[in-house]
Design a binder for this molecule. Structure first.
Ligand code: PNS
Length: 166
């Protein structure tokens, strides 16, 4: 008798302040790998964010609308507790370079310790996006550098309107 297959739910957590084309590439690839992918914006980040959680989730929703199995949410508290509430068995994270590895390994091991059933799946960044980070995008934009091709158009528009407001 064929075994009943359980849908695999994955969480892609992050600050997404703001979403970059590197994040979007990971979402597109994650959408193919998992039955359901929840992009989850951390609410209580220690970092002083540029965009509010509401703005970040709005921008994400606008950019992921073509993926029927991807949704956007926000969370606070422990990621593994949020994953349990969502019946997720996988945490998806991207690795751009060796420098990401140490931090990602620590988080993955801590999450496994807190919740042994959870698996962290790492995807290597597409090389075209491996140098992009939200932090550098904000820095380059703030210094009037060109950020086209690094972030989706919705983010570029929001950054421009922020600059005009100032
Ligand atoms: O995009 P970021 O800032 O690298 O994402 C970091 C994130 C949100 C994945 C991480 O800070 C997180 O999971 N925070 C929730 C708190 C938590 O669960 N901490 C213990 C495990 S490391």
């Amino acid at each position: 008798m064929a075994e009943k297959q359980r849908a695999v739910v994955a969480i892609y957590p992050g600050s997404f302040d703001p979403i970059t084309n590197g994040h979007l590439d990971l979402i597109a690839r994650g959408a193919k790998l998992f039955d359901r992918l929840i992009v989850a914006v951390l609410q209580n980040t220690d970092k002083e964010p540029l965009f509010s959680v509401e703005e970040r989730t709005e921008m994400l929703r606008e950019t992921i609308s073509q993926y029927p199995n991807v949704e956007v949410d926000s969370f606070n508290g422990l990621l593994v507790d949020y994953a349990a509430r969502k019946n997720a068995s996988v945490i998806l994270r991207g690795i751009r370079a060796i420098s990401d590895y140490e931090y990602e390994l620590q988080m993955a091991l801590m999450n496994t310790r807190l919740s042994p059933g959870i698996e962290t799946v790492f995807l290597m960044s597409n090389e075209a996006y491996s140098f992009i980070s939200s932090r550098l995008v904000k820095q380059v934009f703030g210094l009037r550098g060109n950020i086209s091709g690094l972030v989706p158009p919705v983010v570029e528009r929001r950054l421009q309107s922020r600059a005009i407001e100032k």
